[in-house]
Design a protein around this ligand. Structure first.
Ligand code: FAD
Length: 386
């Protein structure tokens, strides 16, 4: 059986491991972090994510859709909160019965790693996860990954028939391919950053309606809240870095900012939690990345955020990454596991799709920013950014 080496055991790397384990390939996954199933606290991005059709289809192909969906919270509409703290506007996502699902990133990642290992146990050579192994670079001609074994303090070369770069937006594999002839690459950091907060259950119940995507659009800044299965809500504020610096830089300022702009959310978040969060964390940046090709020398493929990191305003980054896994798996079947032919075809067809969804995400970012100014909502002007 052919061997696939996967850089990164994040969402896309772990799902790829499931796909290839199912095919019976020899699978090795090299992950920089320790095993998240044993970590107390996992630092990093968004706590929960919206899983939609693309992502569900890919999970279905490895038999995980129902299990994952059952562990999430269905969201059937957007619920827009006005600045008066009382008026709500409901916008259904689709027809009755249609919904997206709010799922916990860590749980999803853990389930996929465990499932990949299980596939491996009863089939063929199996899946080996190597945690605390940092990929340094790739030799795409030879199909070799150079990996730093963090605990051992040495480096090893890993040879494989296929190398999948699923090592995220700041991919080390992609970085080492920068001089590949005609490799196109663009990266854009947007003016907005984000901070995550938390709403706790109230009397052991959800403090807000759970089955909707809560949105507090306020022109250039927005608050969102997605329910978790443990009855908490993950709340995210997206705002320009300039605004974080001007309006949320002291305890007093951040409290009055939330009180004034999100009065109903402020009550549920609580002053202490807001202050404590803003003292502890800095706003995180958001980047959009496009590149072409995604395949190199018939041996290496960029996937997920390594190929197409996008701003999160369309909720499609993970979903598109999951779709990458499904598309690759189907193409390998179509081309009888001929890796160079598959990679060539994948790159030629998938780059266009990746660029399109990336553009849609950026379009939605610009749309969301203007939405409020253009339509119903009158913003209390608490600051002047002119
Ligand atoms: P990552 O999740 O970044 O995983 C990369 C993995 O590679 C990590 O485990 C990392 O430790 C590892 N790694 C990195 N470097 C190395 C190295 N050198 N060697 C070995 N391992 C390495 N998407 C949605 O579909 N729906 C949403 O609702 C949504 N909401 C979002 C909200 C926010 C605020 C943000 C920032 C993103 C959101 N996304 C959403 C996008 C989604 O998070 C990403 O698209 C998704 O995480 C990409 O998965 P990935 O596996 O490609 O990369």
């Amino acid at each position: 059986m052919p061997k696939v080496a996967i850089a990164g055991a994040g969402l896309v790397g772990a799902l790829n491991a499931c796909f290839f384990a199912q095919k019976g390939w020899d699978v090795e996954v090299y992950e920089f972090r320790p095993d998240i199933r044993q970590m107390e606290h996992v630092p990093g991005r968004s706590i929960n994510l919206a899983l939609s059709f693309r992502g569900k289809s890919a999970l279905e192909a490895v038999g995980l859709k129902d299990y994952i969906v059952n562990q999430g919270v269905e969201l059937s509409a957007r619920l827009i909160h006005d600045i008066d703290g009382e008026t709500l506007h409901r916008q259904p996502y689709g027809q009755p019965g249609e919904h997206i699902v709010s799922i916990n990133r860590r749980h999803l990642n853990e389930v996929m790693i465990t499932e990949a290992e299980k596939f491996g146990n009863h089939k063929f050579n199996g899946v080996k996860f190597f945690f605390q192994h940092k990929v340094i670079k790739v030799d795409s001609r030879k199909g070799i990954l150079l990996v730093n074994r963090i605990k051992e303090g040495d480096q090893v070369e890993v040879e494989a028939d296929l190398i999948l770069a699923c090592d995220g937006a700041h991919s080390a594999v992609r970085r080492s391919l920068m001089t590949f002839p005609l490799f196109q690459f663009s990266q854009e950091y947007i003016a907005h950053g984000y901070v995550e907060l938390n709403i706790l259950p109230k009397n052991d119940k959800f403090a807000l309606e759970p089955n909707v995507f809560h949105l507090w659009p306020r022109g250039d800044f927005t608050l969102i809240a997605l329910a978790n299965i443990d009855k908490t809500f993950t709340v995210t504020i997206f705002a320009p870095f300039e605004l974080f610096e001007k309006e949320m830089s002291t305890e007093q300022k951040v409290v009055s900012f939330f009180k004034c702009n999100f009065p109903d959310a402020f009550e549920l978040l609580g002053e202490r939690h807001i202050v404590e969060t803003f003292n502890r964390v800095r706003p995180l940046p958001l980047v959009s990345i496009k590149c072409e090709p995604h395949a190199f020398h018939g041996k290496v493929l960029l996937m997920g955020d390594a190929a197409h990191a996008m701003v999160p305003f369309y909720g499609q980054g993970m979903n598109a990454g999951f779709e990458d896994c499904l598309v690759l798996s189907e193409l390998l079947d179509k081309f009888n596991d001929n890796i160079p032919t598959t990679l060539d075809y994948y790159s030629k067809t998938r780059c266009k799709d990746a660029h399109a969804i990336n553009d849609l995400a950026m379009y939605n970012y610009n749309e969301l920013k203007d939405l409020v100014n253009k339509t119903l909502y009158k913003i209390r002007k608490t600051f002047d950014l002119s």
